[in-house]
Write a protein that binds this ligand. Sequence first.
Ligand code: UT7
Length: 320
Amino acid sequence: MTGKIKGTGACPGDRLVTNEDLAEIVETSDEWIYSRTGIKTRYLSTGRGTSEMAAEASRRALENAGIHPEELDLILLATSTPEYCFPSSACQVQEKIGAVNAAAFDISAACSGFVFALQTACSFLASGSFQRILVIGADDLSKITDWSDRKTCVLFGDGAGAVVMEAEEGGLFRGVMHSDGRKGRVLTCLSRSEGNFLTGKKPEYGFTSMDGQEVFKFAVKKVPECIDQVLSDAEISKEEIRYYILHQANERIIEAVSKRLKEPIEKFPMNIREYGNTSAATIPILLDEMNRAGKLTRRDKIIMAGFGGGLTWGAVLLEW
Ligand code: UT7
């Protein structure tokens, strides 16, 4: 038993923001941003938070799959930007879409979140615990971005993407997940400081801070390694893979991975130019674009791979 993706949906932030717009608030330029990252624009959310974007992406995925919300028995939502400590964003989505029969919980693995959630879903489907699972990657990064820090603020966008998975006999699934907490400090965002009446400190909220070069080096090394690991576990050659759908953090990272794997860049679809880095949402948004453009054919073998804060990284091999 494995999981099959039955439908996809996406919902980006509502406001298009160009590199030129950002050059008005920090010292940067379209030339710098585009040449270093491949990003031209991003969508930021001005009204909907993480759960509302996630709910809209989920409605679209359910419609695409032809499945009713009451038929879902699990909702997994990968995010670093929940609106509440509790209820979870997954429970908020459950309420918004009317998935009354589902259990729901969030997964926290930063930009690797969707890949981790997808593997969690596939394991549940394989074990027979659940039959239909909604897997969502959603982030509202603009609310945890320091808009005076040009090193980070030019990179990120807001959005959500979702897939509906159903248990199916046969099929193909392999996955690997890794974490290295010792390197956590290269990409952080404080959620809430330890202030209480004993410490005398007031609670503080943090913003994203990143050692970009460290993350870059880590991604270029670890992503090809985990893709190779998945291929070797599945005993499948690279030639059999139709697409590598990678976390969209930087066009140069994707090009470097393509070179290291010795696979043509045409097998690495990208939409970072338009959306920027939407963290856990990049892969499902891209998957939805490809699905709706008819670029995926039944039985295509695809690999999705993500990396990010934690540090975390992982890859999933699935048959479309
Ligand atoms: O989702 C996972 C999380 N993130 C990532 O995957 C990001 C991985 N890292 C990267 O994509 C790249 O490291 C960045 C795009 C973040 C930065 O590119 P870089 O080529 O590593 O630039 P850098 O940090 O080495 O900075 C080069 C220069 C510095 O100036 P000096 O010290 O050489 O004078 C920066 O201050 O560029 C400067 N700089 C900027 N200039 C204009 C940094 N940000 C900007 C900016 N506009 N936005």
